[in-house]
Design a protein around this ligand. Structure first.
Ligand SMILES: Cc1ncc(COP(=O)(O)O)c(C=O)c1O
Length: 454
């Protein structure tokens, strides 16, 4: 007889769990919810019963239940038991908010990761040239202006099966991740990674693995180890990685593609810095075009308020996102698309982006020359950010704040705990580079404050 609240058989659940850590149990149960082994409303076995069958402590199972509850996948109803529920996820982007939670009134705020407004191209002349007529005849029009699509395709790092334009790289990551990632899916990201991406993957209930970077990109051995476990998606930033400033080499792209060739993982590349990066753009799409989705943002090069990014690559994923978006905004403003199209062919704009690129490189190398001389450990060979090791994160932030300088704490960027670090947007330092670099070096070496001391 089927009792209304009979728990799901403990053995069925235990059989699906190979990794008996709290994280492994949570991920496995998450996968069972996703693939339908456990249905919404099913009652889970008690912590004690499952712990006994798995041969782990009840605390381990209880921790797993807590993380599933945190993403809204299960619901503890006191004595009635614990039940599978429709996942909703946490509502606060914890990491993202921490990056920007400083006092917010620094004389020089290097915490933001944003481009220097003074180095963005002037939109005025371009806007004046854009047609004043409505560019939309039907809500079901193709979402990209045909001329813009032709331009983007001619400049894409591999022939995309499908291409569209959305409202910035973060919008693209949201749409692609929501298409691809299901509760409990194993997903690889860079360690350290972009905090909103980590928040988003938490929201989706992914089991996130951070693969460390070296100066050529994501490390191959660690990626291969993750792939051996079965990975649904890999998220990476091919150039001027935020926060480390690493730009992937062609050699590394090829090695990573080889490591991923036997898996069926979707590769999501976030070229968030676009043409303000000095390094050349590589893409795993050159090797795995049917499984790569490449995103290019125009925020850093042409202005964050254009709110535009292009997404192109694997047909299933990109057309899935296009179709899903029809039930939301449908398309990104064609007026803004027309502005971007004008800018891509407008000589003064092209010149302004090139000037910004070399100015960011100049600022970065003036700072790193001082950091090198002071023996500070950092990465940052491209883009607007540096990732700088510090003796103690909090003390370093306080030392900088005392000098009127803001920087981003490193912790929100980390998948797993790592050496204390700060992200410093050195691209925002217009002048006094050596003096400010010296302040950064002093902060890096600051010894930890005693408990209770501010
Ligand atoms: C790695 C990364 N991805 C995405 C974004 C968001 O870009 P967009 O302004 O295009 O949404 C940023 C912004 O700084 C970023 O650093």
């Amino acid at each position: 007889m089927n009792l209304p609240f009979a728990p799901s058989p403990v053995d069925t659940i235990a059989d699906g769990i190979t990794d008996r850590t709290a994280r492994g149990i949570a991920a496995a149960v998450g996968r069972m919810i996703t693939d339908g082994t456990l249905a919404i409303g099913d009652r889970l076995p008690t912590v004690r019963d499952l712990a006994a069958v798995l041969g782990v402590s009840p605390t381990t199972v209880s921790e797993a239940w807590q993380s599933l509850a945190a993403v809204g996948a299960i619901d503890a109803r006191g004595r009635q038991g614990t039940f599978v529920r429709q996942p909703t996820g946490p509502s606060t982007p914890r990491r993202y908010r921490r990056v920007t939670e400083g006092p917010g009134h620094f004389a020089l705020d290097l915490s933001t990761g944003t481009p220097d407004p003074a180095l963005l191209p002037d939109l005025g002349p371009v806007i004046a040239r854009v047609s004043r007529q409505s560019l939309t005849s039907s809500y079901l029009d193709h979402p990209v202006l045909p001329e813009l699509e032709a331009h983007l395709r001619s400049d894409w790092p591999f022939p995309p099966e499908e291409l569209t334009v959305v409202d910035g790289a973060m919008d693209a990551l949201d749409r692609v991740a929501s298409m691809v990632v299901r509760l409990g899916d194993r997903v690889v990201v860079e360690q350290p990674a972009f905090p909103p991406l980590l928040d988003l993957l938490d929201l989706l209930g992914a089991d996130v693995i951070g693969v460390p970077l070296d100066h050529e990109g994501m490390r191959v051995a660690e990626l291969s180890a993750a792939v051996a476990l079965g990975v649904r998606a890999v998220f990476l930033q091919p150039r001027a990685q935020n926060p480390t400033g690493v730009t992937y080499t062609e050699r590394r792209a090829k090695q990573l593609a080889a490591a991923l060739a036997k898996s069926d993982a979707i590769i999501v590349e976030d070229d968030h810095s676009g043409d303000i990066a000095s390094g050349s753009l590589v893409s795993l799409g050159a090797y795995l075009p049917h499984r790569t989705v490449h995103i290019r943002s125009y925020s850093k090069s042409h202005g964050p308020d254009l709110r535009l990014a292009a997404v192109g690559g694997a047909r299933d994923v990109v057309s899935g996102a296009i179709n899903r978006r029809l039930l939301g905004p449908g398309w990104s403003s064609r007026i803004l698309q027309a502005v971007l199209l004008e800018m891509l062919d407008h000589a003064p704009t092209i010149q302004a982006v090139a000037t910004a690129r070399s100015e960011y490189a100049r600022r970065r190398s003036a700072v790193t020359a001082v950091l090198d001389a002071e023996g500070v450990v950092y990465t940052g060979t491209d883009g607007i950010n540096l990732w700088m090791q510090v003796a103690d994160e909090r003390s370093a932030l306080i030392t900088l704040a005392a000098q009127g300088i803001g920087a981003a704490p490193g912790e929100p960027f980390m998948v797993q705990p790592d050496v204390a670090s700060l992200r410093v947007t050195v691209g925002l330092i217009p002048s006094n580079l050596e003096r400010i670099a010296k302040v950064l070096a002093d902060a890096a070496g600051t010894v930890p404050t005693r408990a209770g001391q501010r």
